[in-house]
Design a protein around this ligand. Structure first.
Ligand SMILES: [Zn+2]
Length: 68
């Protein structure tokens, strides 16, 4: 009798969940976000404006820039 019978006791190889796919998704997402960000002209480059359907607004000073 060999030790091969031990395999039947349920000790299978540990599952390997690959997280590589997830991290690649995040990268694409961040790249998209950075492209859309527009700095507020009143607050400076450190403050970005929120993107809306037809306008952009600054959450800090309330400045709104309408899209044409
Ligand atoms: Zn602002």
């Amino acid at each position: 009798m060999g030790k091969k019978s031990g395999e039947r006791k349920g000790k299978k190889a540990p599952r390997k969940r690959n997280r590589v796919k997830k991290s690649s998704l995040y990268e694409a997402k961040e790249g998209r976000l950075e492209r859309k960000r527009t700095p507020c002209p009143k607050c400076g480059a450190g403050v970005f404006m929120a993107e809306h359907e037809n306008r952009m607004s600054c959450g800090k000073c309330g400045y709104t820039k309408w899209k044409k």
